[in-house]
Design a binder for this molecule. Structure first.
Ligand SMILES: [Zn+2]
Length: 74
């Protein structure tokens, strides 16, 4: 089963978050939604999880160094 990554370093945030979550899709979505709620003040809703699903990248894309930030879409 392929693994996915949710990388907080990719997005601007007021806490300059460096968390990277890697695992199977459902694991990453659950952890990322809980993280978005607990650390970034988002509401853990189906819409949030849908948006997080679109942000997932293949785990192979992981790099340990800093990465360029992208503006949050929409
Ligand atoms: Zn974060």
């Amino acid at each position: 089963m392929s693994r996915f990554m949710a990388d907080c370093r990719r997005w601007p945030s007021d806490i300059n978050c460096s968390l990277v979550i890697i695992g199977e899709e459902d694991e990453v979505l659950r952890a990322a939604a809980e993280h978005a709620a607990s650390a970034h003040g988002h509401e853990d809703t189906p819409e949030l999880r849908q948006q997080l699903r679109e942000f997932l990248e293949p785990a192979e894309a992981y790099t340990p160094g800093p990465r360029a930030q992208e503006p949050l879409p929409g």
